[in-house]
Design a protein around this ligand. Structure first.
Ligand code: C5P
Length: 238
């Protein structure tokens, strides 16, 4: 795996899911050193988050741009080329075979070897009923498995899946792909809209490389302490 985590702290990804850059900046200040990577997702992207993501990267932070790209191949290729200049460590796209192939080819052309392309398999807020509603006939594990196979074949850096699917991905693809798992909830914290969840300890033991944990940290009275406790739980599980 080219994108292996360095240590327990490096495995923790904190999504900056807040309304504006000022709040995001304050959270970075509060948690720096106890979080491996800051994730800039959809909410912040529509409030100056793209420039902020670049700024964080320039300051030396590891940054994850969660854009979940999906478009025609030409547009995907152009977008990936532009993103490759932003200093990001991770970027997401939906795990459609054509989309992933276009992204990998475009990234190769840029010569950037530090950007990890992650394929989003099935959102962790989806359960089987949601998939049926969306017109899919596959069972969740089967769909995750197929999309992971496609990600590996396309030459992606890793996949995003639920911790419940991590062990299957690890068993089938070994170290080839980095496994990034949202849907992680420390014992006693509220589940929110996540449906396929595990604790940090169980997620690590199942084979997750990186854990995306948002609301249990963001809503804590002491965010630094909350992140620290999670890193300790990760370290103990390794
Ligand atoms: O607050 P919480 O821990 O649920 O945050 C999870 C984060 O991971 C959110 O930013 C969400 O957009 C993101 N995510 C996810 N499931 C995926 C991909 C990304 O929850 N499959």
């Amino acid at each position: 795996m080219s994108f292996k985590p360095e240590n327990a702290t490096d495995r923790l990804i904190l999504p900056l899911d807040v309304p504006d850059v000022e709040q995001a900046r304050a959270i970075v200040e509060e948690t720096k050193g106890v979080v491996g990577t800051y994730k800039v997702g959809m909410q912040l992207q529509f409030a100056g988050g793209l420039a902020f993501a670049e700024e964080l990267a320039k300051e030396g932070h590891s940054v994850f741009l969660d854009v979940k790209l999906l478009d025609i191949d030409n547009t995907i290729a152009s977008a990936v080329k532009n993103i490759s200049t932003m200093g990001m460590r991770f970027v997401t796209l939906h795990a459609y075979p054509k989309t992933m192939r276009a992204a990998v080819a475009a990234l190769k052309e840029t010569g950037n070897k530090d950007l990890c392309l992650l394929g989003v398999t099935v959102l962790t807020s989806m359960d089987q009923r949601d998939l049926v509603d969306a017109g899919y006939k596959d069972q969740i594990p089967e769909l995750v498995s197929n999309r992971t196979k496609d990600a590996a074949a396309a030459g992606m850096g890793g996949v995003v899946c639920s911790p419940m699917e991590a062990s299957d991905v690890r068993n089938r693809f070994g170290e080839q792909l980095a496994i990034v798992t949202p849907g992680v909830r420390p014992t006693g914290s509220s589940v929110g809209d996540q449906k396929r969840i595990m604790t940090p300890q169980n997620a690590i033991q199942a084979g997750s490389d990186y854990l995306v944990i948002g609301r249990p940290i963001l809503n804590a009275g002491d965010r630094r302490l909350a992140a620290q406790k999670i890193v300790e739980e990760i370290a103990a599980a390794l």
